[in-house]
Design a protein around this ligand. Structure first.
Ligand SMILES: Nc1ncnc2c1ncn2[C@@H]1O[C@H](COP(=O)(O)OP(=O)(O)OP(=O)(O)O)[C@@H](O)[C@H]1O
Length: 839
């Protein structure tokens, strides 16, 4: 084996081992839950829906059987489901709804076990879910769920999603076969010819340098309002032969820039673009903006030919979204009528067989049995085959005509896109996607554009939590995600001892690197610098310059070391290292552009993140840099000053950043745990009262509740604040962890930091990406002993547009590592500091 081959093998083995560990952690989490909890408890935890009846059986794309379930009025007073976590794409099982007492009499079988009661259950994917109806798509090729002999009364239980892992594993197998040019990977049985080793794959895997820039004609921007850094990013992406990255800090117009790139790419050629996102929301966000655009084509206005694969997360947001789905488009083709006849026949036969859907005349008890049933199943199989063939032709023609196809990274690996190739693949939110999931669409194109912000939240990794739990980590806040942040400066106590290889404890069970391969990618080549390094060292180099110096390295490195790019491929240290991170490290700034003007925040709100996270280069657009609540209220917020004295109101509204410091007040946190251990979520009653007073002053001064959000990292504090604020201000005032807050912004944002104790302990607030985090995400954290079924929110200082108010105990928070220490110092100097106890 050459040294390059052993390097590639080491990288692939590490990816596989990390993915396996992640899959195991996920399975362990689900099966622990499923085997430990009865159905009632599962429903309470949002993982099951009980007492459902089947109301319809239809056929969806791919010949899948769509089983519709609702809450029958016979069992429930309300048809509305209780709160649950079943979402599109989740794997779920429909099973008999036996009562707990009946189940207790039977010998116990773990609900999550593979040993299935085949007669009374079917496994599938959540296809659609509304307040009152859930549709599960069952794949007929999974023979165990073919017979649909489902019970009268069912429940739906959420299962571990192995499909995602299977697709990622296959992508890594594919990668191995491509880079080593073997006909089979060490992991799979596929003996076909190895996939083409394109220049893109070679660049991504460090086998060749990026090729010289493409020469492109002078650019005519569709949107001439793009700022210079956005235009630069567009140019970089168009000129890059293989790969380009856009670094978009919060509110800098990342999506805006991507839209221009897509328009440029498809404007004058037959270029086809696959646009992927880490989440359905990010895909829909781009789709919505594309649908709003007219495109000039031969002098005439035409809508873009856009197709969305998979089910949109927000169907109602834009009427065109649903119209753009492959499903709806396919149903409108000329060939669709023929397929529809087959589909109707198929649905009718299935209805008879299940005794439920269309064609079921005899009721559940009159379902055909024996030979008659067998014969009907043969018919179903033949009809399904015919339907699939017809439908396959339709799908190919719809996709073939599309200039832009949009899908999540995961769903780009589905049957519909099999054998479809594109010129360019764009991955949005790439800094929140595992590298392996990015490879699913990468194989479908010759060129890759990644967009994201490595300074916001990394992908959620469950296996890191396991490691942390094993190591006795105490804090189980939203930060039970892994801690590693490639840019996070660690406080001295957390740094490795001299000679100790960082990551050694985490990776004990991973395969050793072969001789001669570089050590795993770790934090040791960065971020060991002093606290003050970031801002001043940043001034030395432009992030957009093609340079041989690394960006944001430790102070000493920055001052002395010159790094030669490209740097070799390294096996990842953790799955939190994204493809974006890795490429940045391998090729430096030559393949990346940072967007440098933000359009969201008052410049004061932007100042701290800019200095500490973005090397002081995040500027504010003229229109937003000075905007205050005062302007909002006085200029047509149709309201008076809510009874507040005008001068007083003006003062309240004229402050971009306020800090209520509770240091010395002894406003101590409370730990919400069954056993009172430090494991539980935390709340802070006195601090919550300060937040209430802040909200009161805002509203009294004329700010509307819908213009305000309160964010806190702890679920217990969210609950407390909700109890205190909701009765007065209603649901318009957003509090904490609502998943719909992802990517949102508010005019006034209050952050309640909660932590205050005399031990000076502070847990997951340490993660600086979490504080900056542009995305609020829900996170179900589970460990071996207990289930934290709460939806957590990310504290996001960059959500605020005109006013940010921080409430917390600086004397505790200052011990949360260098980033928080810096933040507390910054607040002391720059914010309007109000000592909570005195006011
Ligand atoms: N060149 C520009 N001129 C004027 N406004 C702009 C420009 N670029 C972006 N914006 C505005 O800035 C806001 C943020 O843009 P966009 O949603 O594209 O940013 P983003 O980086 O994708 O956001 P997020 O931080 O949520 O990821 C939008 O209101 C957008 O209209």
């Amino acid at each position: 084996m050459t040294s390059q081959e052993s390097l590639l093998s080491a990288f692939i083995s590490r990816q596989r081992a990390l993915l396996k560990r992640e899959r195991d952690a996920d399975i362990e989490r689900s099966s622990l839950l499923l085997s430990n909890c009865g159905p009632k408890l599962l429903e309470q935890k949002g993982l099951a829906l009980l007492g459902l009846g089947i109301v319809g059986i239809n056929i969806g794309l791919g010949g899948k059987t769509l089983i519709e379930l609702e809450r029958p009025s016979a069992y429930h007073t309300s048809p509305v489901f209780p709160p649950h976590t079943l979402r599109n794409g989740d794997i779920a099982r429909i099973e008999a709804n036996v009562s707990s007492s009946a189940a207790a009499k039977k010998p116990k079988k773990p609900t999550g076990s593979a040993d299935k009661d085949k007669d009374a259950q079917a496994e599938g994917v959540v296809y659609k879910v509304s307040e009152t109806k859930i549709v599960i798509a069952v794949d007929p090729s999974d023979s165990s769920s073919d017979d649909l002999n489902l019970p009268e009364r069912c429940r739906v239980v959420k299962l571990a999603n192995s499909v995602t892992y299977d697709r990622m594993d296959r992508a890594i197998d594919h990668l191995e076969r491509a880079v080593l040019q073997t006909s089979s990977s060490s992991n799979d049985k596929d003996k076909s010819a190895p996939p083409e080793l394109t220049p893109l794959i070679q660049v991504l895997m460090g086998m060749q340098r990026p090729s010289p820039k493409l020469s492109i004609p002078p650019l005519q921007f569709f949107d001439d309002t793009l700022n210079p850094s956005q235009k630069e990013a567009v140019r970089l992406c168009l000129e890059a032969p293989e790969v380009a990255c856009i670094h978009g800090p919060p509110g800098t117009g990342k999506t805006h820039t991507l839209i221009e790139i897509i328009r440029q790419l498809i404007s004058n050629s037959s270029t086809r673009v696959l646009v992927c996102g880490a989440s359905n929301l990010s895909v829909d966000n781009i789709l919505e903006r594309l649908l709003a655009l007219p495109v000039l084509d031969n002098g005439e206005k035409h809508k873009l030919k856009v197709t969305r694969i998979g089910h949109p997360a927000r169907v109602m947001a834009h009427e065109g979204i649903l119209e753009s789905t492959l499903e709806v488009k396919a149903s409108k083709t000329d060939q669709a009528a023929l397929a529809k006849d087959v589909k109707n026949e198929l649905e009718a036969t299935l209805g008879v067989l299940s005794g439920k859907g269309k064609g079921a005349g005899k009721g559940a008890k009159g379902k055909p049995r024996g030979a008659e049933r067998k014969k009907m199943w043969e018919e179903v199989k033949a009809l399904r085959k015919e339907y699939r063939q017809r439908e396959g032709g339709i799908v190919t023609s719809v996709l073939g005509e599309s200039q832009v196809v949009l899908a999540t990274c995961h769903s780009s690996g589905g049957r519909q896109l099999r054998n479809h190739q594109f010129d360019v693949v764009i991955i949005d939110e790439a800094t929140q996607a595992l590298e392996a999931v990015c490879w699913i669409p990468i194989f479908k194109a010759k060129k890759l554009i990644l967009a994201g912000d490595p300074m916001q939240l990394p992908p959620t990794i469950l296996s890191l939590d396991k490691d942390k739990n094993k190591k006795g980590s105490k804090d189980k806040g939203a930060g039970s995600k892994g801690k590693k942040d490639s840019k996070t400066k660690k406080p001295a106590a957390e740094k490795a001892k001299p000679g100790e290889k960082k990551g050694a404890t985490v990776n004990k069970d991973l395969p050793n690197d072969k001789d001669g391969t570089p050590p795993p990618d770790s934090e040791d080549d960065e971020d060991s610098g002093s606290e003050s390094d970031s801002a001043e060292a940043d001034a030395q180099e432009s992030p957009n310059a093609s340079t041989s110096k690394p960006e944001s390295k430790s102070a000493s490195n920055k001052k002395t070391a010159t790094v030669t790019y490209p740097r070799p491929l390294r096996p990842p240290h953790t799955l939190e290292t994204t493809l974006f991170d890795r490429l940045e490290k391998m090729y430096g700034s030559s393949i990346k552009r940072m967007l440098e003007v933000q359009y969201r925040m008052h410049e004061k709100i932007c100042d701290f993140p800019s200095k500490t996270l973005y090397e002081g280069r995040l500027g504010s657009d003229e229109r937003v840099k000075g905007w205050l609540l005062r302007d909002l209220v006085l200029e047509g917020n149709d309201g008076g000053l809510g009874g507040m004295d005008e001068d007083e109101a003006k003062e309240v509204l004229a402050t971009p950043v306020a800090f209520y410091d509770t240091a010395g007040c002894e406003y101590f946190e409370r730990i919400e745990g069954e056993d009172g251990s430090d494991e539980g979520s935390k709340s802070n009653e006195n601090e919550a009262q300060v937040v209430v007073r802040w909200v009161e002053s805002m509203v009294n001064a004329g700010v509307k509740p819908w213009q305000i959000a309160v964010i806190t990292p702890y679920q217990a504090q969210v609950t407390l604040l909700t109890t205190l604020l909701r009765p007065t201000y209603g649901p318009e005032l957003e509090i904490g962890t609502v998943d719909g807050m992802q990517g949102r912004e508010k005019d006034a944002v209050g952050i309640s930091l909660v932590r205050s104790n005399d031990k000076r302990e502070i847990g997951f607030l340490k993660e600086k990406r979490r504080l900056n985090g542009g995305n609020l995400r829900e996170f179900l954290a589970i460990n071996a002993n207990s289930f934290y079924g709460c939806l957590r929110s990310t504290v996001a200082m960059t959500r605020a547009k005109r006013h940010l108010c921080v409430v917390g105990d600086s004397s505790t928070v200052i011990h949360g590592g260098s980033y928080l220490k810096k933040w507390m110092k910054w607040l002391e100097t720059n914010a309007d500091v109000r000592y909570a106890g005195l006011e």
